[in-house]
Design a protein around this ligand. Structure first.
Ligand code: NI
Length: 253
């Protein structure tokens, strides 16, 4: 199984990353995509992935940090993507109108810029969306990225159906296990398994029964179990198909 989205370069894993990776391996998680949220973290992700055969990474600037984008940012991202074969996507990029940590017009500019950058580099994109699905859809319709996953999908099915119709992917976290997440479970029910991926978004959003604790890749099993239950499939079937989806999407060998 693959955890397609975890922030293992986060300082919350500084003290015990080897133990975290060992627990993931024990649960059959043999590959993890570690996700960046800034240029500095992109550099940490590339360095971390270089030392571990089971780790691959993204590079990119999160909408929260869009206001930090400078003339130098793209040069540094380009250097990383040229230098490291571990870089498998641009992300996480997108729009966050819930927190609005960066002005919305800057968020949109930086998002569009990175969508184009991903196109030039021939890399898929990992998209973050919070209360901004319409603008996300508009930006995507403009640039038409080749491969895209909407990560930590919390949208209603009708809002993401156009993305599925365009051949893009949805990725789900432990939020699907929360009692109040009926809308998300309905989206999962309707999303074809062939366009679905699983992730933890560690260290955030630990699934039931670990809710409230630090999340880690081993818990992606709970996400897969939840999806199996919703879709009336076996855990093995969900694991096999979502793994195959991730291998193809991120171009893993
Ligand atoms: Ni994330």
């Amino acid at each position: 199984m693959i955890d397609t989205h975890c922030h293992l370069a986060d300082s919350q894993f500084d003290a015990d990353l080897p133990a975290v990776l060992a627990r993931a391996k024990e649960k059959g998680i043999d590959t993890m995509i570690i996700i960046a949220d800034s240029v500095a973290e992109s550099e940490r992700c590339v360095a971390l992935a270089a030392g571990h055969s089971e780790l691959f990474c993204t590079i990119g600037v999160h909408p929260h940090n869009a206001k930090e984008w400078t003339g130098d940012t793209e040069r540094r991202l380009l250097a990383l993507s040229t230098y490291s074969k571990k870089v498998k996507a641009i992300g996480e990029i997108g729009l966050d109108y819930h927190y609005d940590f960066s002005p919305r017009d800057i968020q949109r500019q930086v998002f569009m810029h990175q969508l184009r950058f991903a196109g030039c580099e021939g890399l898929p994109v990992v998209v973050h969306c919070r209360e901004a699905i319409q603008d996300i859809r508009d930006s995507i319709a403009d640039i038409k990225p080749k491969k895209l996953v909407l990560h930590c999908c919390t949208e209603r099915f009708e809002d993401v159906k156009p993305l599925l119709d365009a051949g893009y992917f949805l990725s789900f976290t432990g939020i699907a296990t929360f009692p109040k997440a009926a809308d998300i479970r309905e989206t999962i029910r309707q999303c074809p398994l062939e366009q679905l991926m699983i992730e933890t978004d560690s260290p955030y959003l630990a699934p039931v029964p670990y809710r409230g604790k630090r999340n880690e890749p081993a818990y992606v099993v709970e996400v897969a179990e939840c999806i199996a239950q919703i879709k009336g499939l076996s855990l093995e079937e969900v694991a096999a198909t979502t793994t195959q989806n991730a291998v193809e999407f991120f171009g893993l060998d």
